[in-house]
Design a protein. Structure first.
Length: 348
């Protein structure tokens, strides 16, 4: 006599895709709902991501169970992408410290319940904070990263790894090309991720421009009309512009000059007291994108032994260099992006 195992009711079975979607949604938890415009952008980005996933046959690995499955169908990809986008917004009860304001010049506001509240020195940047500089400027420390916001800039701190630049200019300095801090900058036309070390992002409602002073930066362009995503990397002395339709060609870009001067103007103050002259010269050259050149090895050796005291006089860098030169008996001259240190005006 043979026995047959009871067959499950087909109506009660769920496909692996449906179970996976349900699991993802449970893990995601309750999220703050974005506005209609944000949802529209999320759907467009999700559809573009799905098209690329199907084309490249991407797979997603579930780390908890160490099993692999393919998310088939537009519905699954759309739900996952929307969950990820919404998840980058501030979640009630999970607000975390993102960074600290290192320097504030002029009036810089934090938007709190649609009300502009002026920021004070030593304020803390939290996830979900909206910062508007208007006529002011601000420097923010996020781990080892130094972020600078120019005038008329609006930035949203989505998390410790993600910020959104609605408009204005944002400068990032990771201090080291091997910085472990991850920062993704979202704009209306794509995503910018630093790989070290100095660059700025200029954003409007329709256009994003990325300029690299040092190191490399990864740029991801999302074309919502053609439902395509394109990634490139640009290096020191290069720039690229992208709008809603296309990613432009990589072009040469000066690493010093007028378009970078605002960065040094809002740099956190350098404490020269007790520091060697070489440290100050290295710092000021880095902040302005200059090369540093000593007229002789003996002069460089002597500069290591010269200690500075007090504070930097004034805000004008040329005046500061003149004053430091008078105090230390050196001649500091900047020409064509090169800071030269010599023993006299004749370069002896």
């Amino acid at each position: 006599m043979t026995s047959q195992e009871p067959q499950p009711n087909p109506d009660n079975r769920k496909s692996s895709s449906e179970q996976s979607i349900a699991t993802l949604l449970k893990l995601a938890g309750e999220r703050v709902q974005p506005d209609i415009a944000a949802m529209s952008k999320a759907r467009a980005a999700a559809h573009a991501s799905w098209r690329l996933a199907v084309k490249k046959n991407w797979f997603i690995t579930r780390k908890r169970r160490f099993t692999t499955f393919f998310l088939g169908g537009a519905l699954a990809a759309t739900i996952v992408a929307v969950v990820l986008v919404i998840g980058m917004h501030a979640v009630p009860g999970q607000v975390v410290e993102v960074g600290r304001f290192a320097r504030i010049e002029g009036q810089v506001n934090r938007i709190d319940h649609r009300k502009a509240v002026p920021l004070r020195d030593n304020a803390v940047l939290m996830s979900g904070d909206v910062v508007e500089t208007d006529a002011g400027r601000v420097a923010i420390n996020i781990g080892a990263l130094s972020l600078r916001l120019d005038r008329d800039t609006r930035l949203i701190a989505m998390s410790a790894q993600d910020v959104r630049l609605d408009h204005g200019r944002l400068y990032v300095d990771s201090q080291s090309i091997n910085s472990p801090v991850v920062l993704r900058i979202h704009t209306s036309t794509g995503l910018v991720q630093h790989e070290g070390t100095q660059f700025q992002v200029i954003a409007t409602q329709d256009v994003t421009q990325v300029e690299v002073r040092e190191g490399r930066v990864r740029v991801e362009h999302v074309n919502t009309r053609q439902q395509a995503v394109q990634q490139i990397e640009i290096g020191a002395g290069q720039a690229v512009t992208m709008d809603s339709q296309q990613l432009g060609r990589v072009r040469p870009q000066a690493v010093y000059g007028e378009q970078w001067n605002w960065v040094a103007d809002i740099a956190p103050e350098f404490d020269i007291d007790g520091r060697p002259l070489t440290e100050y010269l290295t710092w000021v050259a880095r902040e302005h994108g200059w090369q540093l050149r000593y007229a002789s090895t003996d002069l460089e050796r002597n500069a290591r032994d010269i200690r500075l005291h007090g504070r930097l006089p004034g805000d004008d860098v040329r005046q500061q260099l003149d004053n430091v030169g008078l105090i230390t008996g050196t001649y500091l001259n900047v020409e064509h992006g090169v800071l030269t240190i010599s023993a006299s005006m004749a370069g002896e």
